[in-house]
Design a protein around this ligand. Structure first.
Ligand code: NDP
Length: 312
C-alpha cells in the first residue's frame, strides 16, 4: 500500500495552501482534488476581496494560480475523491473512488462545504448570471439593484443585511410565517427599511433573457388563498445553509450537529494526532477564501511539527 507523509484531501484555497506550505517544507504532499477541483470558488465569477489582486481576479483563475503554486513546490495533485476513511490508528487509511487505498502519517481534511440550493433547474441555468450562494462574494455586482435572498436563518438574515448596504431593495423570502434566525439578526432585518420580508413564500422558478430578471413565487402554498405571482429582481441569493463535506470522517472525528468538524481552539487540530481540518469543512462562521487559505497554512505547519516530533 502506498505510504504518504502528508495527505491533503480537497482542492479549495485551504487544500492548495496546505500543499504549498507542505511542499516547501519537504513533506512530499499528495493532494486529492475531489469532485470539483478548485472548489466553490470555481463557481463564482469575480473575486474582489482576495488580498493581492487590486483589480480583482476570476474565481477559476485564482484557483488555477493556487494550483500551479502548489505544483511548483512539488505537490503531487491527483484526481480522485475520498470515499472512506479509517482514522482508528496511525497510519491513517483513506479509500478513493478509483478503488485506490493509501496510508498516511498526517491527513489534512480540506473538503470544504457545499451551499444548499433549492434544487430548481433555473438555479443551474442562471448560475453566475444572477444566482449566487455568497453575498460577500457577489453582492457588489448588485449595487442599487433589487435582489432576493431565500431563507429565514442566520445565514439568510446576514446575507440580506449585507446586501442592503449595496442594493436598493432586498426581499427576504421565508417559507415559514416566522424567522428562525437569532433575535438580534431578526431585529436587524425587521428594522431595516431596505429589507422587505415576505413570509410564507416559496420560489417556483426564475426568468430572464440574459440573466435573472425575476422570480416566480407562490404565497401560502397549499392554502385556500394560495397566490402565484412574479417578483422583479436582478439577483437571487440562497441563504438556506451549507453542508460541510465531513461525512466520511464522522465515525472518527467530532463534528457539530450540522457536521462542521470541531477543532481545538483556533488551531486546525482535530483531536486525532496528525489529523487536521482546514477551511470551510471546519468553519461555519467566516467561510472566506482568505480564512480558508490561512487555516490550510496552519494545518501544514502543524503537520510539519508533528512529523518532526515523531521523527517520521
Ligand atoms: P439554518 O438551518 O439555521 O436556516 C436555514 C433557513 O433556510 C431556514 O429558515 C429554513 O427554513 C430555510 N430553508 C431550508 N431549506 C429551504 C428550502 N428548500 N426552501 C426554503 N427555505 C429553506 O441555516 P443557517 O445557514 O442560517 O445557519 C446554520 C448555523 O450557522 C446556525 O446555527 C446559525 O446560527 C449559524 N450561523 C451563525 C451566524 C452568525 O452568528 N453570524 C451566521 C450564519 C450562520 P425553515 O425554518 O422553514 O426550516
Amino acid at each position: 500500500m502506498e505510504h504518504i507523509r502528508c495527505l491533503i484531501i480537497g482542492s479549495g484555497p485551504a487544500g492548495y495552501t496546505a500543499a504549498i506550505y507542505a511542499g516547501r517544507a519537504n513533506l512530499a504532499p499528495v493532494l486529492y482534488e475531489g469532485l470539483q477541483p478548485g472548489g466553490q470558488l470555481t463557481t463564482t465569477t469575480e473575486v474582489e476581496n482576495y488580498p493581492g489582486y487590486p483589480e480583482g481576479v476570476a474565481g477559476p483563475d485564482l484557483m488555477e494560480d493556487l494550483r500551479k503554486q502548489a505544483e511548483r513546490f512539488g505537490a503531487d495533485l491527483r484526481n480522485a475523491t475520498a470515499v472512506k476513511s479509517d482514522l482508528s490508528q496511525a497510519p491513517y487509511r483513506i479509500t478513493f473512488d478509483d478503488q485506490s487505498v493509501v496510508e498516511a502519517d498526517t491527513v489534512i481534511i480540506a473538503t470544504g462545504a457545499t451551499a444548499k440550493y433549492l434544487g430548481l433547474d433555473d438555479e443551474k441555468k442562471y448560475a453566475g448570471m444572477g444566482v449566487s450562494a455568497c453575498a460577500t462574494c457577489d453582492g457588489f455586482f448588485y449595487r442599487k439593484k433589487t435582489v432576493a435572498v431565500v431563507g429565514g436563518g442566520d445565514t439568510a438574515c446576514e446575507e440580506a443585511t449585507y446586501l442592503s448596504g449595496l442594493a436598493s431593495k432586498v426581499y427576504l423570502l421565508v417559507r415559514k410565517p416566522f424567522l428562525r434566525a437569532s433575535r438580534i439578526m431578526q431585529e436587524r432585518v425587521l428594522e431595516n427599511p431596505k429589507i422587505e420580508v415576505l413570509f410564507e413564500h416559496n420560489v417556483e422558478g426564475l426568468f430572464g433573457e440574459n440573466g435573472v430578471e425575476g422570480a416566480h413565487v407562490v404565497k401560502r402554498q397549499g392554502e385556500a388563498d394560495e397566490k402565484h405571482y412574479d417578483l422583479a429582481i436582478d439577483g437571487f441569493f440562497l441563504g438556506i445553509g451549507h453542508r460541510p463535506n465531513s461525512e466520511i470522517f464522522k465515525p472518527w472525528i467530532n463534528t457539530d450537529e450540522t457536521g462542521y468538524i470541531l477543532t481545538e481552539g483556533d488551531s486546525p487540530r482535530t483531536g486525532i494526532p496528525g489529523v487536521y481540518a482546514a477551511g470551510d469543512v471546519a468553519d461555519p462562521h467566516y467561510r472566506q477564501a482568505i480564512t480558508a487559505a490561512a487555516s490550510g497554512c496552519k494545518a501544514a505547519i502543524e503537520a510539519e511539527h508533528y512529523l518532526m516530533e515523531h521523527k517520521m
